[in-house]
Design a protein around this ligand. Structure first.
Ligand SMILES: Nc1ncnc2c1ncn2[C@@H]1O[C@H](COP(=O)(O)OP(=O)(O)OP(=O)(O)O)[C@@H](O)[C@H]1O
Ligand SMILES: [Mg+2]
Length: 353
């Protein structure tokens, strides 16, 4: 029909997903086009997110975590763009091609299917609207008109995120602390009952007690509402507490993908091991703390072979030649390292001879 956007739900999908997969990211690459050249911020990323699962994306600053979170949700704007790959979303057996959504379909997707809480978004409320009106506005924008019903749902959600609902609904954003605003954002994100929530650094920039409250809140949300989460963080302790699975990113690529126990106890990529060893131990000696030597590569002129080889204590000649594929190294555990068999966490495993 001329002039009308096709309903993306009706597209005959060229893929089929397991029934419990809600999001399937396939060979996704994204870059920032700059005068110096293309910054390859996301390189050939693939993974499936399942119903009720929480996935942590970890990695140093600049490894591409935010860009990936945005790319998955079709939120990149110039100079950034997706250069390859697909993202499929599934609800009740229907499939959506996320990167083909535009305009109203895309807006609806972000509230009703896959909500995104951006890095530092606590400051993005409309300052002249009370919190109650922020909820009502959001719902109205999606054709939910009944103010009483919206406020009832807002009260419920604010209670789940452990805020005093009556007081918060009457407040203006500046009357709330950063931690309270972060929790309001989580509640707002849940308003239209999305199946997935993507959160970028949900606890960064908050004090340690407030971080604790947010972590507990997220855990409750996950248990009570059973939605899937992708959360981005360079804080490994957050991943340890909240994630079912962990994807470690280095120079735009997922270099290791494993369940949370394997990530911490049996890492099989030298970069994941390096991150673990640079994290303060819960018990033991602070003197054992090691930082990863060197710094991440320039994403415009990447090194040959494995992008981690210039910093890697395990690197051999083959690592400088070809980027390693993702090897299956255990059950549902992949590592993109030629030397994965030699990688052991000395805190939890015997060294191999
Ligand atoms: N607007 C931009 N123009 C050019 N390059 C950019 C732009 N935004 C980000 N980049 C580059 O893309 C790469 C990935 O950035 P991204 O923000 O995704 O990393 P991150 O892992 O989220 O880092 P952080 O932990 O600091 O939030 C970085 O090298 C960054 O310099
Ligand atoms: Mg970021």
């Amino acid at each position: 029909m001329a002039g009308r956007q096709a309903n993306p739900y009706l597209r005959r999908p060229p893929v089929s997903l397991d029934p419990d997969v809600v999001l399937s990211v396939r060979h996704l690459s994204a870059a920032y086009v700059t005068r110096r050249g293309a910054v390859q911020a996301v390189r050939d990323v693939s993974f499936d997110l399942r119903k009720g699962e929480s996935l942590a994306l970890i990695g140093e600053s600049g490894s591409g975590k935010t860009t990936l979170g945005m790319a998955i949700n079709h939120l990149l704007n110039p100079p950034a763009k997706v250069t390859a790959g697909e993202v499929w979303y599934q609800r009740d057996g229907k499939l959506l091609n996320v990167l083909a959504l535009h305009g109203e379909h895309l807006r609806r997707f972000h509230w009703q299917e896959c909500a995104v809480v951006f890095q530092g978004a606590q400051n993005s409320f409309n300052p002249v609207l009370r919190i109650a009106d922020q909820f009502v506005d959001t719902a109205r924008a999606h054709n939910h008109e009944n103010r009483a019903a919206i406020e009832k749902r807002a009260l419920e959600l604010l209670r789940i995120v452990q805020l005093d609902p009556e007081r918060v609904l009457r407040s203006y954003p500046h009357e709330l602390s950063g931690g309270m605003r972060q929790r309001v954002l989580l509640a707002l994100g849940m308003l239209l009952q999305p199946q997935v929530m993507v959160m970028d650094e949900p606890t960064t920039a908050l004090d340690i007690l407030t971080q604790r409250v947010i972590i507990d809140t997220l855990r409750r949300l996950k248990d009570e509402l059973n939605f899937s989460m992708i959360f981005i963080s360079h804080d490994l302790s957050l991943a340890a507490e909240l994630a079912d699975r962990v994807a470690t990113m280095y120079a735009g690529r997922i270099v290791e993908y494993a369940d949370v126990r394997d990530t911490f106890y049996h890492p099989r990529h030298p970069y994941t091991l390096g991150l673990l060893q640079s994290m303060p131990p819960l018990k033991g000696n602070l003197a054992d703390l090691k930082s990863i030597p060197g710094s991440p590569p320039d994403l415009i002129t990447l090194p040959s072979g494995c992008k981690f080889h210039p910093r890697c204590p395990f690197a051999g000649p083959e690592c400088t030649e070809e980027d390693p594929p993702a090897f299956d190294v255990g059950e549902d555990h992949q590592s993109a390292c030629y030397h994965w068999q030699a990688v052991r966490n000395p805190q939890t495993e015997e060294a191999v001879s």
